[in-house]
Design a protein around this ligand. Structure first.
Ligand SMILES: *[C@@H]1O[C@H](CO)[C@@H](O)[C@H](O)[C@H]1NC(C)=O
Ligand SMILES: *[C@@H]1O[C@H](CO)[C@@H](O)[C@H](O)[C@H]1NC(C)=O
Ligand SMILES: *[C@@H]1O[C@H](CO)[C@@H](O)[C@H](O)[C@H]1NC(C)=O
Ligand SMILES: *[C@@H]1O[C@H](CO)[C@@H](O)[C@H](O)[C@H]1NC(C)=O
Ligand SMILES: *[C@@H]1O[C@H](CO)[C@@H](O)[C@H](O)[C@H]1NC(C)=O
Ligand SMILES: *[C@@H]1O[C@H](CO)[C@@H](O)[C@H](O)[C@H]1NC(C)=O
Ligand SMILES: *[C@@H]1O[C@H](CO)[C@@H](O)[C@H](O)[C@H]1NC(C)=O
Ligand SMILES: *[C@@H]1O[C@H](CO)[C@@H](O)[C@H](O)[C@H]1NC(C)=O
Ligand SMILES: *[C@@H]1O[C@H](CO)[C@@H](O)[C@H](O)[C@H]1NC(C)=O
Length: 425
């Protein structure tokens, strides 16, 4: 990158120097202290697309779900980064199309850490606050992105984090803070955990229809889900999460340990319980920490504390954030859903969309649902109208970017219009 030669000019322009990190392409990474003693790690991959400047392509912010999942490990190496968990190049990676920013969020996930676990966030507002502080620092360091279209992608628990973040980001940008007004273009979330009520209604049905439980299983699961919902109604949120953990065990027991993230993939159930945190990935992250010259022993060391700290908040729903974004901002909203996911079945997402009210929803309702066919293969379906789009992802479970990279690259392109951006300039 030419900043090496023109270092002073780059400093003046606020263009940061890319560094050689881990794997191909140029990168930047580091820590932002979002509060005293709370250190948030980020890893930015500059696009490897053949463009004259990386700012010709949008910036995608990827937020892992969980809570406590590491974007820089799980999102990057298991789902969409340029290198896979075995250290091999990933053909369907997103960095070949756009710039990707992974944030280990909340503090305590991945390489992010707190000096004292009492500093970990306890609810979604605190979590979003930290992210907003992070973005403020990010745009100070990377001023070249201040007018580059920003798209947030997230999945699962991200259904709760990403829309809430978007509301505050858009507002800060409108006030001239962070970046130029309107820089945030869209929020796209996969198999999102948004409304516990809608999700709980669909679990037993999904498992029954797919031959994974029988009528007795339906009765047992429904009774357990009722305990979750009634705890939520009583505002006993700790109890709700405890009942949810029991429900999870029950679902494993009834289905013989089927991999809940994708019912058509066979995995050892002990691996399932530690999704992502197996020895292979830990090994890789050790190597990553050496290459990035950061302290590898902080990696995932506080993930249990993150879960403990958010225990009470976990099943609280944020039903209104998306309709609010649609009513009050120009930010586009997209949801994608892998058809083979048990945790947040597609039917749960559809029933939530049905119940949401937003201005001009008719534009979405009137849009035709069409097949996504790529090279003659059916990859899914889409229904996009007005500011809202829904994508069904074929051959995919909870982690769509890794299960079906072809379909998800299509969604990435369709949402960000990344090649339209470069020809505009
Ligand atoms: C990159 O783009 C330039 C200009 O469009 C073109 O001349 C060149 O062949 C491209 N390089 C590759 C490797 O595609
Ligand atoms: C961590 O914070 C708690 C609560 O503020 C405090 O009691 C404890 O002494 C702190 N621990 C360390 C090691 O600083
Ligand atoms: C949740 O609360 C109910 C009612 O107080 C109680 O019966 C149940 O044991 C609690 N569940 C868990 C998992 O602690
Ligand atoms: C980590 O690095 C070592 C030494 O270069 C290598 O042998 C090993 O395969 C790497 N592990 C992973 C998971 O990439
Ligand atoms: C690395 O992190 C671990 C775990 O937080 C800590 O105990 C250790 O002191 C750190 N090492 C350095 C050199 O900062
Ligand atoms: C609804 O659609 C109308 C006509 O396209 C447009 O003028 C209006 O701004 C839209 N309202 C919102 C909240 O998007
Ligand atoms: C959005 O607008 C719709 C229709 O105009 C309204 O019914 C709904 O309550 C609004 N929702 C929010 C969260 O603003
Ligand atoms: C939807 O499909 C119908 C039937 O194929 C067609 O007549 C109509 O024009 C389509 N609507 C849009 C908005 O594309
Ligand atoms: C999903 O895709 C596969 C191969 O791409 C195809 O064989 C299958 O019919 C599709 N299934 C559905 C339900 O669309």
């Amino acid at each position: 990158m030419w900043c090496g030669v023109f270092a002073i000019l780059c400093l003046l322009l606020g263009i940061s120097e890319a560094r050689k990190g881990f794997g191909p392409g140029e990168q930047d990474w580091g820590y932002v202290d979002v509060r005293e003693g709370a250190h948030m790690f980020y890893w930015l991959y500059y696009t490897t697309a053949n463009v004259s400047s990386y700012t010709e392509r949008p910036l995608v912010l990827w937020l892992q779900g969980g809570p406590g999942g590491s974007s820089s490990a799980l999102g990057n190496f298991q789902e969409l980064g340029p290198v896979d968990t075995k250290g091999n190049p990933r053909e369907g990676n997103w960095v070949q199309h756009v710039n990707v920013l992974f944030i280990d969020n909340p503090v305590g996930s991945g390489f992010s850490y707190a000096d004292n676990t009492s500093l970990l966030v306890t609810n979604n507002e605190e979590l979003v606050d930290d992210l907003l502080t992070f973005m403020l620092h990010f745009y100070k360091k990377h001023q070249e992105f201040k007018s580059v279209p920003l798209h947030i992608f997230s999945e699962s628990y991200g259904g709760k984090m990403a829309p809430a973040l978007a509301i505050w980001l858009d507002e800060a940008m409108k006030a001239g803070e962070l970046a130029e007004p309107g820089t945030l273009k869209s929020v796209t979330i996969g198999n999102p955990w948004i409304s516990t009520r809608h999700i709980c209604r669909e679990h037993s049905n999904y498992l029954y229809v797919n031959g994974l439980i029988d009528e007795d299983g339906v009765a047992l699961l429904d009774a357990q889900e009722e305990r979750i919902l009634s705890a939520l109604k009583r505002h006993e949120f700790n109890n709700a999460t405890n009942e949810y953990l029991e429900w999870y065990d029950l679902m494993q027991e009834l289905t013989g340990g089927v991999y809940l993230y994708n019912t058509q993939t066979h995995l050892d159930p002990s691996e399932d319980r530690t999704y992502g945190y197996g020895p292979e990935l830990n090994d890789l992250m050790e190597n990553v920490s050496v290459a990035l010259q950061i302290n590898g022993s902080v990696y995932a060391s506080q993930v249990i504390d993150v879960l403990t700290s958010l225990h009470e908040d976990r099943l609280k729903s944020d039903y209104n954030a998306i309709p609010r974004l649609l009513n009050e901002t120009s930010v586009k909203i997209n949801i994608y859903s892998g058809q083979l996911d048990t945790l947040v079945p597609t039917a749960a997402t559809l029933s939530l969309i049905k119940d949401w009210a937003w201005n001009n929803k008719s534009e979405y309702l009137q849009a035709n649902r069409t097949a996504i066919v790529i090279d003659g293969i059916l990859q899914g379906f889409q229904k996009v109208g007005g500011k809202f789009g829904m994508y069904w992802i074929n051959r995919s479970g909870h982690l769509a970017p890794s299960d079906n990279p072809t379909a998800m690259q299509y969604v990435l392109k369709s949402v960000t219009q990344y090649d339209a951006e470069s020809s505009e300039k």
